[in-house]
Write a protein that binds this ligand. Structure first.
Ligand SMILES: Cc1cc2nc3c(=O)[nH]c(=O)nc-3n(C[C@H](O)[C@H](O)[C@H](O)COP(=O)(O)OP(=O)(O)OC[C@H]3O[C@@H](n4cnc5c(N)ncnc54)[C@H](O)[C@@H]3O)c2cc1C
Length: 430
């Protein structure tokens, strides 16, 4: 039977295996295997909320093994470290337990078709000191690390009786992640006083967003950036535009103008690149962001039997721009890769990919949601704000839930999330 291996069960990969399992796996037309280095899937756009502690990975995560059992595919826990494209196999790193004892040795998995959906990592552009001193928000582990550090700092500030002592947070990168995190932290600082930290409030929080470009949200229309800037200003967030960070040291970012921005918590969210090991494989053609170049069918330019989707995929559009690394791109690519793999099994011609920009939304916690809709479906985009924008923002997450669970279970999952939000704590304290 045809073996299809998908590496990476994120926004794109998990939607893809759900579809392939339904259309091929359950009909006995192909054997589907998902490989991921984590045991649990959390939709990446929620990571800043995990970091701030307003959602819990236990109620919002999907256990791959349970999902695999339901959809009838195989799940292999492990980190892919190599691809042998001549022998059509991938290698997974050994797995050790918490005591350092070997659990699973290095393994090889064979494929007929491989799909790479391994996402992206933060790009520190080689800025000295950044990797050592700041926190990235690339994975659940990193988001949880930030959350622990945040709780510790909240406890510390709460004990200081001088109101002028503030918790300082510096976020490099004024994209969606940086701006959304800043607003979420403001909300959390106010929540903390209801959870045994009576001295804490947003008045004792000092958040700076440091953006090298001319304005925050550089990838979005200017009107959205202006609206977000004034919403952040109302929250007291210090937005520093045209400010490039040249280095980082313990407790501070240093700008190119040698300004020292001190911080108790330092976050780097200034752009992404595909994981470094892709280059080391020496198989693929890549672009500046290390993304793997693909043909219009989403097959890599190096090997027809390797498809690439999501953030690690370098897809050049007709106007010369690259498809942006977004959840909606990963979703659309997962759809097309599924269609093409189904067509391969059915001996039908492959389809080509076209990115449709349905717009972008920035959700500034409970304070504001701003965005544009239908970017390239109409000649101009429609600006939306407030409740309508919030509704559309939530529907993106809902659509992902329906894609990975099906409609019925998806609705149940969303309802159970609502109930757990109602009865549970508004702030995760562990
Ligand atoms: C805080 C934050 C907020 C965001 N907000 C938005 C938003 O509002 N709207 C939007 O459109 N986009 C948003 N994004 C971007 C969006 O999350 C990504 O574009 C999307 O998740 C990409 O999907 P993907 O499937 O390519 O990768 P991911 O969703 O990142 O999945 C990659 C998967 O691969 C696994 N993996 C990686 N390497 C290996 C390996 N070597 N071996 C095995 N498994 C591996 C990982 O564990 C992960 O499960 C946000 C991103 C962040 C960080």
């Amino acid at each position: 039977m045809l073996k299809i291996v998908v590496v990476g069960g994120g926004a794109g990969g998990l939607e893809l295996v759900s579809k392939l399992s339904k259309k091929l796996g359950k009909k006995g037309l192909a054997e589907i295997t998902l490989v991921d280095k984590n045991r649990t899937h959390v939709w990446k756009p929620l990571l800043h909320e995990v970091a701030a502690g307003v959602i819990d990975k236990n109620s919002d995560g999907v256990d791959y093994r349970i999902h695999a059992a339901r959809f009838g595919y195989q799940f292999q826990l492990g980190t892919m470290i190599d691809i042998n494209h001549q022998h059509k196999s991938i290698t997974l790193d050994p797995i050790y337990d918490d005591e350092g004892d070997l659990l699973l040795d290095k393994r090889e998995i064979e494929y007929d078709y491989l799909v790479l959906a391994i996402g992206s990592v933060s790009n520190d552009f080689g800025t000295p000191g950044v990797a050592q001193h700041s926190i990235f928000l690339d994975s659940l582990q990193q988001a949880e690390r930030f959350h622990k550090a945040l709780l510790n700092q909240l406890l510390k500030i709460n004990q200081q009786h001088y109101p002028q002592t503030k918790l300082k947070v510096a976020i490099v990168g004024g994209g969606a992640t940086g701006t959304e995190l800043a607003a979420e932290l403001h909300h959390v600082a106010n929540l903390a006083k209801h959870y045994g930290m009576p001295q804490m409030s947003a008045d004792r929080l000092e958040v700076s967003i440091i953006e090298a470009g001319q304005r925050i949200l550089p990838a979005l229309p200017e009107r959205i950036a202006n609206s977000a800037r004034s919403a952040l200003a109302k929250l007291g967030v210090n937005v520093m535009e045209n400010t490039r960070v040249a280095s980082a040291e313990k407790g501070a970012f240093i700008t190119a103008q040698e300004q020292k921005i001190e911080a108790d918590l330092m976050v780097w969210a200034a752009g992404v690149k595909a994981p470094d090991f892709i280059q080391e494989l020496e198989i693929f053609e890549t672009n500046k962001a290390q993304q793997i170049l693909v043909k219009p069918t989403l097959q890599s330019t190096a090997c027809d039997d390797i498809f690439v989707i999501g953030d690690c995929c370098g897809f050049k559009q007709e106007d010369g721009s690259w498809v942006p690394p977004r959840a909606q791109s990963a979703h659309q690519m997962a759809d097309l890769a599924a269609t093409n793999l189904i067509n391969i099994v059915a001996d039908k011609p492959l389809k080509t990919y076209r990115y449709i920009d349905y717009g972008s939304l920035v959700h500034l916690s409970r304070y504001s949601t701003i965005g544009s809709l239908m970017g390239s479906l109409t000649s101009s985009s429609m600006f939306i704000e407030g409740r309508l924008a919030r509704l559309v923002y939530i529907s993106l997450y809902n659509l992902h839930q329906f894609a990975i669970h099906g409609w019925f279970k998806g609705i149940l999952v969303l309802l159970s999330r609502k109930v757990s939000n109602l009865v549970g704590s508004k702030l995760k304290l562990h």
